[in-house]
Design a protein around this ligand. Sequence first.
Ligand SMILES: *[C@@H]1O[C@H](CO)[C@@H](O)[C@H](O)[C@H]1NC(C)=O
Length: 135
Amino acid sequence: MFNSKALLASTLAALASFAAATPIGPSTDIPVTVTVCSGGVGVGCAAVPTVSDTCVNLTGGLSFLNKEISTVTVPGGFVCTFFQDFGCTASGVVNAGTNSQVFLTAGTWHMNNVPGLSGRTNFNDLTSSFTCSPI
Ligand SMILES: *[C@@H]1O[C@H](CO)[C@@H](O)[C@H](O)[C@H]1NC(C)=O
């Protein structure tokens, strides 16, 4: 005799083990979209797909944003570092030394008051590159 309850139980068990094998947390392969704007929120923006731990230079099609970024929206679960130089390297020589990079977690930020290595700093119109990673 066919036992539908036993079939249901084994199906649920198979689903549960499949779910347990699925990795938890944000993928590092799927791009996250960071919105960067040359003006206020929603003004002169580009939605930039950003692969984790990959540097985005504001060159080519994004060159209109070089040294122009004023507002940024970072999606949940990520932290993005914005650099004054190309290549996502911190020069440490301009804009009060250590603040040639700033660190933005989830949310919408006005670049004139953002966290740098030595506290809050004005990073308006300074970004040339950025990179993001899952927290
Ligand atoms: C970004 O620019 C720097 C400096 O010009 C270069 O070394 C680096 O390869 C560039 N990175 C990408 C991802 O284009």
